[in-house]
Design a binder for this molecule. Sequence first.
Ligand code: 8X3
Length: 239
Amino acid sequence: MESAIVTGASSGIGAAIVEALSREDVQVTAIARRGNLLAELARRTGCDVAVADVGDLSATIPLVERLRPEILVNNAGIGLGIFGISSLSREDIERSISTNISAPVQMTRAAIPHMLRAGKGHIVNIGSITGLHTLTSAVYGAGKGAVHRFSQNLRNELLGTGIRVSEICPGRVLSEFYDSRTGNIEEHEGSSVDVEVLQPEDVAEAVLFALRAPRHVNISTIELLPTSQVVGGSKFAES
Ligand code: 8X3
């Protein structure tokens, strides 16, 4: 049985990925802060759980080193900054950087030695279209842009090792966060736009597509958008 770690797993995209992997008979360890939701997820899927903030490296790194997952899904993310840099405190910015950039980099660093020894493994980073295109959020976009370049350069570094690196870049997802109160993607209950957006299960399906590809195929980057969303364009300030 394959093993996986999924971060930010208590709800939304993370929970959908845990459910999808569990259906594929992967033994998943789901990491998130909210123990009650993790307990429910464990009951539904049979996954193992670890209650931890992904930014707390003293809790998460030893877990990765001990579990030695064959698949690492860096999903945890935080939407702080979506309403502009000037609305953020210094602590908000630190939290955004530690959750969106430091955590996936550190988790990956911890998972790689075992994958190198095994000559195989799969790192899946959940990015965003904000990491691929110029959109509105400087801080959130910087984090997801970093995830994008991290994924690209990691593939370069790992060439010849048998380890695959995939990046899944969704647009608007129902579970994503647009709540200025907490800034937490995990905790958002709905989308702020009145169109049919992606469901967490749509993103989980893209993750499965990357994972199920034959070993000689590395699905490097998937960008997926609701049919009702596009990116691009040009704008001018009013004089
Ligand atoms: C956020 C993507 O399209 O909701 O990761 O701004 S979008």
